[in-house]
Ligand binder design. Structure first.
Ligand code: GLY
Ligand code: MN
Ligand code: MN
Length: 462
């Protein structure tokens, strides 16, 4: 199976085999010759009875191999004379391939994917103990697939049984994330091109959804516009789309998408595509009938100001939490000015000190309206890998990191405020690349200013 991407335009970016080779070489140089990495592909998962969910490759495996088949295992063995990159995969089987699709097989694994050696995955348990001999550390996924965990322990036990012939099994199991996820955190030029492509298509999908929205439509009709745009560029949705009107916009993970959209309500859409595994993640919020009410307008402008302050703080040298702190300060100041919060801004932005003996720490009052954080890393996973704190301190932002910036406000009837604010749910989310001199918003292709949203929606209605 080839990972070559062909798009309608024919210009979709790809990750080259040479880049994947460099990634493996980089990981192996960090591992050293006493260590080995074992990276497992995803399996197929049953959706119901014998129907499967769409296959999605494990992101670590995809990053290192580009191999898009299930039931494979990559083994990286730094310094091994017979070959450092060993790929176990499904063997060719014309009868099976007629039903489930063409497989690369062991020959394709070498010829197309650069494996130094390839073996049928049915030989994994027989060959792995031999490959692990003489290594001290095994870097692998743990706690994700019980079957994989059991298999790794099984290989170690096989080696233990050879102790009296002088074989020492590896003495340490190390989570793959320690080295590999740090590597994935900084994106290469090619990865940035992949993410820009996903972001551009996703921004266009939001623009079309915004322009086509009319009162009386169902939320899933708008979802169909978005999904259609992703698929026209060969993309999958990067996550389940949230298309929530009115009170549904206040449910953070609303994915039912079956309600009627009414004039006077806001519609919150959190949806984006992924290009050959690389995700975008965009949220826009706009009035169903194309014009913001006074309450919607003032809260929307507040979230937009908070988002701009957070983006301005997403620059190299700042730490991870600075965009969040900037957003919270703007939101809290605005909520105090509107009378939705009472007190001093400097106090209100902080969570109260924990009280000894209390099970559940008190939370800052603003969290009734803004209960999530301002972003996350973005890459092959929509909530991408990489630590947010290093040695107990927030991580410093560096060029090549990509994060989302997504403040919001959600006011529900459960909040003790004037009913005119109820059922206003707003989030504005962009994808931001940290650059040497600041940042670049990858998702600038879809408007977010109030005037621009109203102009777009009215132009289309005319
Ligand atoms: N769409 C998932 C998120 O915004 O985190
Ligand atoms: Mn997000
Ligand atoms: Mn999102």
């Amino acid at each position: 199976m080839s990972t070559t991407v062909s798009s309608a335009s024919g210009h979709a970016p790809v990750i080259s085999p040479a880049e994947r080779r460099q990634r493996r070489a980089r990981l192996m140089s960090a591992l050293g010759e006493r260590a080995v990495a074992v990276v497992r592909a995803s399996g197929h998962r049953i959706r119901n009875r014998d129907a499967e969910y769409a296959f999605r490759q494990d992101s670590d495996f995809l990053y290192l191999t580009g191999f898009n088949e299930a039931d494979a295992v990559a083994v990286l063995l730094p310094g091994r004379p017979e070959g450092e990159f060993v790929l176990f995969c499904l063997d060719k089987n014309p009868a099976m391939e007629r039903w489930t699709g063409i497989r690369a097989g062991v020959e394709g694994a070498q010829a197309q994917y650069g494996a130094d050696q390839a073996f049928p995955v049915s030989e994994l348990d027989r060959r792995m103990p031999e490959l692990l001999k003489g290594r001290d550390e095994v870097h692998c996924h743990l706690g994700i697939s019980p079957e994989h965990d059991r298999q790794v322990i099984g290989w170690l036990n096989t080696l233990r049984q050879q102790a009296r012939s002088g074989v020492n099994p590896p003495s340490r199991l190390v989570l793959l994330e320690r080295l590999l996820h740090e590597q994935r955190l900084i994106k290469s030029e090619a990865e940035i091109a992949m993410m820009q492509h996903a972001a551009t298509t996703s921004a266009r999908a939001h623009t079309r959804a915004m322009a086509s929205c009319r009162p009386g439509q169902l939320e899933y009709e708008i979802e169909a516009v978005l999904l259609g745009e992703f698929r026209c560029d060969g993309m999958e949705p990067a996550y389940t789309s949230i298309v929530g009107g009115g009170e549904n916009a206040c449910i953070l993970h609303y994915v039912t998408n079956r309600s009627v959209l009414k004039a006077g309500e806001l519609l919150l859409i959190d949806a984006a595509g992924e290009h050959d595994g690389y995700a975008s993640d965009i949220t826009r919020t706009f009035p169903v009938n194309g014009r913001f009410s006074p309450e919607q307008r003032v809260l929307y402008q507040l979230v937009l100001d908070a988002q701009k302050a957070a983006i301005a703080a997403a620059i190299p040298g700042n730490h991870w939490n600075q965009p969040h702190e900037a957003a919270v300060r703007v939101l809290v100041s605005g909520l105090v000015a509107l009378g939705l919060l009472q007190g001093e801004v400097d106090e209100l932005v902080r969570d109260p000190e924990p009280v000894a003996g209390e099970d559940k720490p008190q939370e800052a009052a603003y969290r009734q309206f803004y209960m999530h954080r301002t972003g996350h890393w973005l890459g092959l996973d929509v909530h991408d890998v990489g630590d947010y704190k290093v040695n107990g301190a927030w991580r410093t932002l560096e060029p090549g990191m990509v994060l989302t910036v997504e403040p919001g406000l959600y006011v529900s009837p459960a909040d003790n405020v004037d009913p005119r604010w109820w059922n206003i749910g707003i989030r504005i989310e962009d994808d931001v690349l940290i650059t040497a001199d600041g940042n670049r918003v990858l998702t600038a292709g879809v408007v977010k200013e109030i005037a621009a949203i109203e102009a777009l929606m009215q132009a289309d209605a005319a």
